[in-house]
Design a protein around this ligand. Structure first.
Ligand code: NAD
Length: 469
């Protein structure tokens, strides 16, 4: 569905009018196109305390061909970058800012105490105005729950307030994330840096991600644009909307698709399966025998590498007005069916070693929503399921993560009344709705064989929606 306000303010006349009368002017987000470099522009690197991730960062920057610049406070960067064979240099001189950059990366992993926070202030104060539109900011730290002292845990936790506030302040479609890297997981950061530095993460901002020890084997793809080459992927609810975008993104990344949807969606389902060169399964995932059917289909394929639980429904009514079947249908399809099928797939061996499960939650499940007690219960349950199953599945080398979309332009949101739709679209740091492709990109990142260090994460794809922020 079209966002006509976004189109208007980005036309020559609309731009002039928006400037003259002070209307908000959301930027058209840069989105990934095949063959693009990860970062189009330089990356300014900074750090506080005694940074612990510089070598790991240098390896990734080398792999993605990024040109880096060192903030004057980060003296150790130049020798490390030189040793890694990176193009690098200093940034700014005599208190004056240097050239414009596309990304800021700050290594806060070595900060042990809040008294060291001046380094954060200096880096972001000096560079905030030097970021190009659609720029990227990454702050890397250590997970507070794994820190050896309360002082260290405190300053690491404080990073969350900084990153979420910067995401609201920087505007111009710049995104900001905080990535906690566990001790020993330094070699697991590449897939996340590639995602968050690139236009693939256009609609993700203000998020906190935890990278831990790998849940299973990590495979670095020979070609990152074809990260799922040879992988077998099941996507539920794939005939339209977000599910169709997920299937397309997975196919583009080289996967062999099984697209699943209900019988009523058959024409769309067949079209989608044909367009991605995959196969179609007509199945109601809420049916009692669905888990056995999924297991049989998975075993017939030799086991799935990736399962994306995207199918979902809404049946909105206030709880007092809600008939019991509306409650039951939503909880069954959105939550209980997923629990049953995950159990069955895991127990039967219909998932490959190192498989990835990705679930679709919603910001309704985080914030709650009027008229959506059933939906919010089910989507909050998805978060509970992902977080509680992650350690159990890790023991089998399987990872499970979730995305929680905000306002995404689909048939579901096109049906929302105009005023509510406009509020949903604009009430976020990017002042616009996301596209199904934005959710698909986040799922592709979780699904990558290089993402073994991601397990139990819930990442919102919502432009930092103020709802549930
Ligand atoms: P959609 O209604 O366009 O697509 C959902 C698909 O799931 C449909 O093809 C439908 O036929 C299928 N489906 C429904 N019940 C099924 C069942 N029992 N068995 C098999 N397939 C079934 O919705 P969408 O906007 O593409 O949403 C996809 C997912 O994203 C859902 O889980 C939804 O809750 C979630 N989500 C969407 C938004 C948004 O803004 N669109 C926001 C947050 C979360």
């Amino acid at each position: 569905m079209n966002d006509s306000y976004l189109d208007f303010v980005n036309s020559p006349f609309g731009n002039w009018l928006a400037k003259s009368v002070g209307l908000p002017k959301p930027l058209v987000l840069e989105r990934y196109q095949a063959g693009q470099p990860v970062v189009r522009g330089s990356v300014l690197v900074g750090g506080g305390g005694a940074p612990q991730l510089l070598e790991a960062l240098a390896r990734v920057f080398k792999n993605i061909g990024a040109q880096t610049l060192a903030h004057p406070q980060l003296r150790p960067w130049l020798p490390i970058a030189n040793q890694a064979g990176l193009l690098t240099g200093g940034w700014g001189a005599d208190g004056a800012p240097g050239e414009k950059v596309k990304a800021l990366v700050f290594d806060a992993s070595g900060m042990d105490d809040s008294t060291q926070s001046d380094a954060l202030y200096a880096f972001f104060h000096d560079s905030a105005r030097s970021l190009l539109p659609c720029g990227r900011v990454l702050i890397l730290g250590r997970p507070p729950e794994g820190c050896s002292s309360p002082r260290k845990a405190t300053v690491q936790r404080a990073l969350e307030g900084l990153s979420r506030s910067l995401a609201k302040e920087l505007k111009r479609a710049i995104t900001v994330q905080l990535i906690y890297v566990a001790q020993g997981a330094e070699d697991q950061i590449e897939s996340s840096l590639r995602f968050f530095l690139s236009p693939r993460s256009a609609y993700v901002t203000g998020q906190v991600v935890r990278i831990g020890l790998p849940a299973g084997p990590q495979h670095i793809p020979a070609d990152w644009d074809r990260s799922l080459a040879g992988k077998k992927v099941l996507v539920t609810g794939a005939s339209r909307g977000i599910g169709a975008a997920i299937a397309q993104a997975m196919a583009q990344a080289g996967a062999t698709l099984t697209c699943l949807d209900v019988a009523q969606s058959q024409p769309g389902l067949d079209r989608m399966a044909a367009s991605v060169g995959g196969s179609a399964i007509e199945l109601d995932i809420g049916a009692e025998d669905a888990p056995q059917k999924l297991v049989a289909a998975g075993l017939a394929q030799g086991g799935w590498d990736v399962v994306v639980h995207n199918a979902g429904i809404t049946r909105d009514k206030t709880l007092a007005n809600m008939a019991p079947h509306l409650w039951q249908a939503v909880v069954n399809v959105n939550l209980s069916a997923q629990e049953r099928s995950i159990d069955a797939l895991v127990e039967s061996g219909a998932l490959q070693a190192g498989a990835r499960i990705v679930c679709v939650s919603s910001i309704s499940g985080i914030a709650g929503n009027m008229g959506q007690t059933n939906y919010a219960f089910s989507k909050a349950g998805v978060i509970g399921m992902v977080q509680s199953m992650a350690p159990l599945l890790a023991a089998r080398g399987i990872s499970i993560n979730a995305v929680a979309p905000g306002f995404i332009e689909t048939q579901m949101t096109a049906a929302v009344p105009f005023a509510l739709r406009e509020a949903g679209r604009r009430m976020n740091s990017l002042s616009q709705g996301g596209l199904p492709q934005d959710v698909a990109e986040a799922i592709l990142w979780f699904a990558s064989p290089a993402s073994a260090g991601l397990n139990g994460n819930v990442v919102r794809v919502c432009g930092q929606s103020l709802i549930g922020a």
